[in-house]
Design a protein around this ligand. Structure first.
Ligand code: ADP
Ligand code: NA
Length: 330
């Protein structure tokens, strides 16, 4: 029997992924491989919606692929590829651009967030339309599920709307994908500002735990995380966002519930919790960092994995694109 397909992507816009990316999405990428047929991509075309240095972008694309392999994405079971290596993504995006209403695109809150700093007038049209390219990324593979963090829910809704519109205007072509969002880790918060999401674009360095940080630096960031003045370790996301965020990360890395972990610290302070979490994080990132470096030391092997992934993805994507072109009258 065919395994249900899953698809997801991540932008190569930093030297390292962070714990929000990992716990919100990438950990699920790895877990879903057993029972599904995954397509996972490094979305370099999304990265150029804001200015990038070409050399840095190319290096970050490699670093992204190496981190995914290091955390357990298995090229034998998953097609791991780079978006720009499969031209069908940009080709389908154009068709979908032409069935998206301008007002519909304008409602995407991520554009408002991401263009806030430079101002809407200076932001690229690519940044404005990137959710439509993302819809193309997904729909080409007709996946059942898309593992992502909470911030992607609105884009998944747009994807489903466009799929439905195309299917009814032309002929049933696309599968309507479901978001796969694990509530417990759907939103990891900034360590210094624990009501805002941990984000590579918005967080300060102290607020973000990178997977490839020096483990000593990560430990220090955890010990300096913002908590509250109550000095009672309890899981209560509304009243105690800082401590609860630490407990969420602790829970995700150990498999124990956050309430159960909190109970261990009865009558003890935040310092003990932070110290223990720092140890857990260091034990997790140290081997991951070593594996990533080893993978980066063999570019030919990385190229081979990505070429194989693009060939497998391209085959599926080309078939969908051929159906689409036929249906629109090309
Ligand atoms: P960023 O938001 O840091 O720019 P991306 O947009 O590349 O990162 O997101 C990659 C994946 O990580 C997406 O599935 C996104 O939903 C998820 N993600 C990003 N930040 C967080 C977070 N703080 N908590 C949970 N998931 C997150
Ligand atoms: Na994001």
């Amino acid at each position: 029997t065919a395994r249900p397909r899953v698809l997801s992507g991540i932008q190569p816009t930093a030297d390292s992924f962070h714990f929000g990316n990992y716990l919100g999405a990438l950990r699920q990428w790895v877990a879903l491989q057993d029972e599904h047929e995954p397509f996972y991509m490094v979305v370099d075309q999304h990265a150029i919606t804001v200015e990038q240095d070409p050399k840095v972008l190319r290096e970050r694309t490699y670093r992204s692929a190496a981190q995914l392999l290091a955390m357990g994405v298995d090229p034998a079971r998953s097609a791991l590829f780079v978006q720009s290596h499969v031209p069908a993504h940009a080709q389908l995006a154009w068709v979908l651009n032409c069935i998206t209403a301008f007002g519909e695109a304008r409602r995407m809150t991520q554009f408002k967030d991401k263009s806030a700093r430079q101002g809407e007038g200076a932001a690229s049209v690519g940044l404005f339309t990137y959710p439509i390219l993302q819809a193309a990324d997904i729909l080409l593979y007709r996946p059942a599920y898309v593992p992502v963090g909470e911030d992607q829910r609105q884009h998944l809704e747009l994807t489903r709307d466009l799929a439905h519109r195309f299917n009814t205007r032309f002929k049933k072509t696309f599968r309507l994908p479901e978001p796969y969002i694990l509530e417990a880790t759907a939103k990891i918060y900034d360590l210094q500002n624990p009501t805002a999401k941990m984000s590579k674009s918005a967080s300060s360095p102290a607020g973000i735990i990178d997977l490839l940080d020096d483990p000593k630096v990560s430990a220090k960031k955890i010990r300096s995380a913002v908590t509250d003045s109550e000095a009672v370790v309890a899981y209560d996301p509304a009243a105690k966002p800082g401590v609860s965020n630490l407990l969420t990360i602790f829970s995700a890395l150990t498999g124990r519930g956050p309430v159960e972990i909190a109970a261990d610290y009865e009558g003890r302070g935040y310092g003990d919790l932070k110290g223990d979490l720092a140890d857990v994080v260091v034990d997790f990132v140290t081997p991951l960092r070593d594996r990533t470096q080893a993978l980066l030391d063999d570019r030919a092997a990385l190229d081979a994995v990505l070429a194989d992934g693009a060939a497998r993805a391209g085959e599926v994507a080309e078939r969908t694109l051929a159906d689409v072109y036929d249906r629109v009258g090309f």
